[in-house]
Design a protein around this ligand. Structure first.
Ligand code: NAP
Length: 641
């Protein structure tokens, strides 16, 4: 099924238009108008200033925005008179090139096939498989297990359903949602723009916030699962503990722990969609079990603990702590934050702001506006925000900066932090990262973090933690008493597919083979493990704030379906990536990662836990799209029965 909304008739009178256009993102509006009218003179070069792709409203002044909105009212009125209710088709290649080149500021010829998948009619789903199991292997018994019912797993299920391949989705949790079900800590929200944080073929017009809260994302996934007809395929509360490949039967045998106890099930192929940031990481601190009060990880928030008037200690200052601390300050009598490496902060004034009132209306009523708005959000990440993180050996790189551009980024981020702390040089010094921008995840800054750290009831501790005691934590020899202890200490990101055991052909154990250093071809498949596919697997974490993991999952699922197509069309029983393909690919990925800030710096966090990044994708989103869009038979060993 296609998940879509009908496009309502063309918008009405001037007053209605004026009211709703007040909520428009002006660059996206201009692109929509150029598309609807074919009049590319609307796209004036003087509107673009350097860096406009990264600024809300392209950094245009209020006056300029108002002028463009008024022009848009007139254009839409004329258009409505001429062709009421009949929006045109998607832009042809030339128009697509002109509009996107204008927006991105340089030629987009190489991006056009990708962009043609984005700017589509409502309801169109160009990434859907154009084949079915019945067509390729009539009567063939072939069914698939998907492990995980989060963003990637539900998507995989949907694509399998479109291809008519029988499947089930196992998830250890009692509901769909994955990370968005598990992470319920105060303040939890996306740091990827909401309109990018949905499937390309199932846009949500009414995201209430620019960056949505956890409950809204979870609701989107629950609604999607229902609307896509996935409910009957779900096997919830069922954990897959082991996978074993049976070469004779050409099947995976899954060991399942669920409501009926432990049992096994056979499937011809398995798609693991268990995520990277899934298994909490508790720090190995001496005395960790001795704390007398409630202690829990951010991803397993204990809502039975009332923080009102209590002293709360939070360990960590990553993306989770960054959202938690401002939210609980003021409720707790005191919050003590233990920081090892401060995060870099990227100015994002609208981070916690609601979407403007007119935005939803525009997404629902102005044809293609939602597509161009999404393109506008996607554009900075399409080529990757790579330049800023690339190591320049000629610079020469240091822990301060890895290139001249990286140094510039450092200065600009630091200036924004300094502007927030004019009277507190001591705090500014404490929160200034001692590593290059990009070596760890850059967080979105609307001023709340540093404002929170300046509160009288919030204390920042930078001394290393010595130990946990029944009364709290000691750091640098000083005791910090607390009633509640929160570990916002992240996840075992590099331990892919754990704690499952995965036994492939000839009894090979996946984790033994990886030796703590997971690798896969395209992050998806590993030699010796036929018909096993990973989503959000090794080296598929996109760094750069324009794309999203949802987008990457769509790319990966396209590839997986491509491999299944190859297998079914040829009457094969298994597909397995060739070792030479896998190895060459991984050499290329490693070479890229070594030349990135996170590969160079000693402070990589989960981006580089083992001296080699097993998590990050070092290239552009476009590059991942290009490499995953088709499956090449030359890269796979296909075995016949
Ligand atoms: P994280 O980024 O790995 O941060 C963990 C924090 O704990 C770091 O500050 C780390 O310090 C600190 N830490 C770990 N062990 C410690 C110890 N023994 N003593 C003191 N500090 C210690 O984990 P996270 O904040 O949960 O975020 C993980 C990822 O999840 C994010 O990067 C992001 O991709 C995703 N996420 C996204 C959002 C969102 O907004 N969409 C929200 C939350 C999480 P060091 O830096 O020194 O290692």
């Amino acid at each position: 099924m296609a998940i879509h909304r009908p496009v309502a008739p063309f918008p009405g009178d001037a007053e209605t238009l004026r009211r709703h256009l007040a909520g428009a993102e002006v660059p996206a509006l201009l692109m929509t108008l150029a598309h609807l009218t074919g009049d590319t003179s609307l796209l004036r070069d003087d509107l673009r200033a350097p860096g406009w792709l990264f600024a809300p409203q392209g950094g245009l002044s209020e006056e300029r925005q108002a002028e463009i909105r008024e022009r848009a009212v007139q254009v839409l009125l004329r258009l409505g008179d001429r062709a009421p209710g009949t929006p045109p088709g998607p832009p042809d290649r030339e128009l697509l090139r002109t509009i996107t080149t204008w927006a991105m500021g340089d030629g987009t010829e190489d991006l056009l096939p990708l962009l043609a998948e984005e700017i589509v009619r409502p309801g169109q789903d160009p990434r859907a498989p154009d084949w079915t199991l019945d067509e390729l292997g009539p009567g063939r018994d072939f069914h698939v297990a998907v492990i995980g019912a989060g963003f990637s797993g539900l998507l995989a299920g949907h694509r399998l359903a479109q291809a008519g391949i029988p499947f089930v989705i196992y998830d250890k949790n009692p509901d769909v949602g994955g990370t968005w079900l598990e992470n319920t800590y105060p303040g939890c929200r996306t740091d990827v723009a909401s309109h990018l944080y949905n499937y390309s073929f199932a846009p949500k017009a009414d995201w209430p916030d620019h960056f949505c809260t956890q409950d809204v994302v979870l609701d989107y996934l629950r609604t999607f699962a229902k609307q896509a007809g996935l409910t009957d395929h779900l096997r919830l509360g069922t954990e897959v503990t082991a996978l074993r490949w049976d070469e004779t039967a050409a099947r995976w045998h899954l060991t399942l722990r669920g409501p009926e106890g432990t049992r096994t099930a056979g499937h011809h192929a398995v798609i693991s969609a268990v995520g990277q940031l899934n298994r909490p990481l508790l720090p190995d601190l001496p005395g960790r079990d001795t704390f007398a009060g409630p202690a829990f990880h951010s991803a397993a928030w204990d809502h039975s603990v009332d923080l009102t008037g209590r002293r709360v200690a939070v360990v960590g200052t990553g993306a989770s702590a960054y959202q938690i601390v401002p939210e609980i300050a003021g409720t707790a009598s005191e919050v003590t934050v233990f920081m090892r490496n401060p995060p870099w902060l990227r100015p994002t004034p609208h981070y916690r702001r609601p979407m403007p009132a007119g935005a939803r209306w525009l997404c629902e009523h102005l044809p293609y506006y939602d597509r161009w708005y999404r393109f506008w959000l996607l554009a900075p990440g399409l080529r990757g925000i790579l330049e800023g993180w690339i190591v320049d050996p000629g610079h020469p790189p240091t822990e301060r900066a890895v290139s001249a551009l990286n140094e510039e980024l450092r200065s600009s981020l630091l200036a924004s932090m300094a502007a927030q702390l004019p009277d507190d040089p001591e705090l500014l010094d404490a929160v200034t990262p001692g590593y290059p921008v990009g070596a760890k995840r850059v967080l979105r800054d609307d001023g709340r973090w540093l404002a929170t750290l300046q509160r009288d009831d919030v204390r920042l501790v930078t001394a290393p933690i010595d130990r946990v005691t029944p009364a709290g934590l000691t750091a640098g020899g000083v005791a910090h008493d607390a009633d509640v202890l929160v570990y916002a200490t992240g996840f075992q990101a590099s331990r892919f597919l754990t704690p499952m055991t995965v036994t492939g052909r000839d009894g090979a154990d996946l984790h033994t083979g990886w030796r703590g250093d997971p690798r896969a071809y395209l992050g998806i498949t590993v030699p010796g493990f036929p018909n096993l596919f990973c989503l959000y697997g090794p080296n598929t974490n996109l760094v750069g704030q324009g794309g999203s993991i949802v987008y990457f999952s769509e790319c990966a699922v396209t590839h997986v379906l491509g491999v299944l197509r190859m297998l079914l069309a040829g009457g094969h029983r298994s597909a397995e990536v060739r070792p030479e393909t896998h190895d060459a690919y991984n050499r290329w990925v490693d070479a890229g990662n070594r030349q990135r800030a996170w590969g160079w710096s000693a402070v990589g966090g989960w981006y580089n836990a083992n001296g080699r990044s097993a998590t990050n994708w070092p290239y552009s989103a476009q590059e991942y799209w290009r490499r995953t869009r088709t499956a090449d038979p030359a890269d796979y060993v296909l075995r016949r029965p």
